[in-house]
Design a protein around this ligand. Structure first.
Ligand SMILES: Nc1ncnc2c1ncn2[C@@H]1O[C@H](COP(=O)(O)OS(=O)(=O)O)[C@@H](OP(=O)(O)O)[C@H]1O
Ligand SMILES: Nc1ncnc2c1ncn2[C@@H]1O[C@H](COP(=O)(O)OP(=O)(O)O)[C@@H](O)[C@H]1O
Length: 199
């Protein structure tokens, strides 16, 4: 596939970039149903990181689907391609020394595993935003469940499209049990306890 293409080594190394930013990069991969709280918690984590002078970037499902992935639908095949591309982008950002936060439903285990395999060992941190479907549907922040129940949206995750929950996530967040601040703090503590950041 990549015939006649030669990989260039950068003159500024990955270690140089990490050293400059005083942090160890990683990819915090938030996964969960629509309305589970991926964006909300990821934003709260990024704010804590920013206030701690860390360097990060948040990739969010809705935003990326407006640009890079605006050619993709919600068919199974397109969701696979969506996550493949995001994985590649996350890898580049992490290589640049950033702490990447990604908030995509990413419903398929094999796709999440593929992103994990793409990254250097230990860099992929799966964050399961575990919220029961009934609660997501009650929250319905964008009115999408209502539309899906009315038959206006097809292949909606959790209704007529599958969600394969993570079996061994590094971080398990139960949003029905804890508030946003506590959940964000839990993620930041994981980063601190595993040597990604200093606080
Ligand atoms: N059919 C269907 N199923 C699920 N979600 C839908 C659908 N159609 C539109 N949306 C909106 O798109 C957001 C999910 O995009 P993602 O790129 O995260 O999805 S995926 O990872 O490719 O499954 C999702 O955003 P979040 O609610 O933030 O998860 C929805 O707002
Ligand atoms: N403990 C909690 N954690 C995260 N979100 C919560 C919590 N309690 C209530 N919410 C609300 O749930 C909604 C989650 O929406 P959002 O973050 O957009 O989810 P997703 O990105 O997974 O679709 C928001 O309106 C948020 O305020």
């Amino acid at each position: 596939m990549s015939e006649n293409i030669v990989w260039h080594q950068h003159q500024v190394s990955h270690d140089d970039r990490c050293h400059q930013k005083s942090q160890k990069p990683c990819v915090l991969w938030f996964t969960g149903l629509s309305g589970s709280g991926k964006s909300t918690v990821a934003n709260a984590v990024e704010t804590l990181l920013f206030d701690n002078n860390n360097h990060s970037y948040l990739l969010d499902g809705d935003n990326v689907r407006h640009g890079l992935n605006n050619d993709l639908t919600f068919s199974d095949d397109d969701r696979v391609e969506n996550i493949r591309r995001i994985g590649e982008v996350a890898k580049l950002f992490a290589d640049s020394g950033l702490i990447v936060l990604s908030a995509f439903i990413s419903p398929f285990r094999s796709d999440r595993q593929q992103v994990r395999d793409l990254l250097p060992s230990g860099q992929f941190i799966e964050v399961f935003v575990d919220t029961p479907l009934e609660i997501c549907e009650q929250r319905d922040p964008k009115g999408l469940y209502k539309k899906a129940r009315a038959g206006e949206i097809k292949n909606f995750t959790g209704l007529d499209s599958p969600y394969e929950y993570p079996e061994a996530p590094e971080i398990h967040l139960e949003t029905a049990q804890e508030d946003i601040k506590e959940l964000a703090q839990k993620v930041v503590s994981y980063l601190k306890n595993n040597g990604f950041i200093d606080i």
